[in-house]
Design a protein around this ligand. Structure first.
Ligand SMILES: Nc1ncnc2c1ncn2[C@@H]1O[C@H](COP(=O)(O)OP(=O)(O)O)[C@@H](O)[C@H]1O
Ligand SMILES: [Mg+2]
Length: 240
């Protein structure tokens, strides 16, 4: 059974200053099964981040559909109401990007424990501590506010928070960018554990060799060359 069925997905941005249309990606068709890890590859500006955001629904796509088999039944991520997307994000769909947006006066530990507390799960604090420990965040920082943390420290909090509860579908946008070796190893082992539990992934990695053992397939996005209509259509929907 397919978890996500993406058909002819496209996203363009209109630049109002110049009234030009910038296609971020065009006509992508692919599927994703539970427990599958799809690497999203392509040069800078090929639309990798935009594709993840247009599925997680930071943006709406310009056209196409993305049929997702949620625990409540099928949902088209392209057209679902915001309130339904919010529920999916709370319960079954996650996104890890490079940057944490820390909330003022919320400690690292509280941020990580929050998804468990909201779900009414037991031992939330102890488990959050376990995650911060695994990712190698210094104990002195657990009760501190991540607003002042270094990029790598924020990234650890971000990952711990995003991965502490299993999701059915996870989008990863260069999550290893500023991680040290210990955190990278902790990330890899948590991703493998989630994958074995049935989580499906779409991930962009600057160094895909970091996650080579997890990758099942690659979705290769081509760079858009302005003025070359042919290039827009082809190459962008090739699944290796
Ligand atoms: N919010 C936006 N507004 C306008 N153009 C954007 C926006 N986000 C991305 N783009 C453009 O879309 C293209 C794809 O960007 P992006 O998805 O970030 O590429 P990648 O992640 O593959 O490097 C780029 O040309 C980028 O400039
Ligand atoms: Mg990107």
């Amino acid at each position: 059974m397919t978890l996500l069925e993406v058909r002819q997905y496209s996203k363009s941005f209109v630049l109002h200053q110049t009234e030009r249309v910038i296609p971020a990606f065009q006509d992508l068709t692919f599927g994703l099964n539970p427990g599958e890890f799809l690497l999203v590859a392509g040069p800078n500006g090929a639309g990798k981040s935009t594709l993840l955001r247009a599925l997680y629904r930071t943006y709406r796509p310009t056209s196409g559909e993305a049929l997702y088999s949620s625990a409540y039944g099928p949902v088209d991520l392209a057209s679902a109401a915001d309130i339904d997307i919010m529920r999916l994000r709370r319960e079954e769909m996650g996104m890890v990007s490079q940057f944490l947006r820390p909330r003022p006066r919320v400690s690292a530990l509280e941020l990580v424990a929050e998804p468990l507390l909201e779900a009414g799960e037991e031992h939330a604090m102890e488990r959050a501590e376990g995650f911060l420990d695994a990712f190698g965040l210094k104990r002195d920082l657990w009760a501190a506010y991540p607003t002042t943390f270094s990029g790598g420290e924020q990234q650890k909090v971000n990952l711990a928070r995003a991965l502490i509860r299993p999701s059915r579908l996870l989008f990863l946008d260069e999550p290893t960018a500023s991680l040290d070796r210990q955190a990278r190893a902790a990330l890899l082992s948590r991703l493998a554990e989630l994958k074995a539990g049935g989580t499906a992934f779409m991930g962009v990695f600057h160094h895909p060799e970091d996650v080579a053992e997890l990758i099942d397939r690659t979705l290769q996005l081509a760079a858009f060359l302005p003025g070359n209509e042919e290039t827009m259509g082809e190459g962008a929907d090739h699944v290796a």
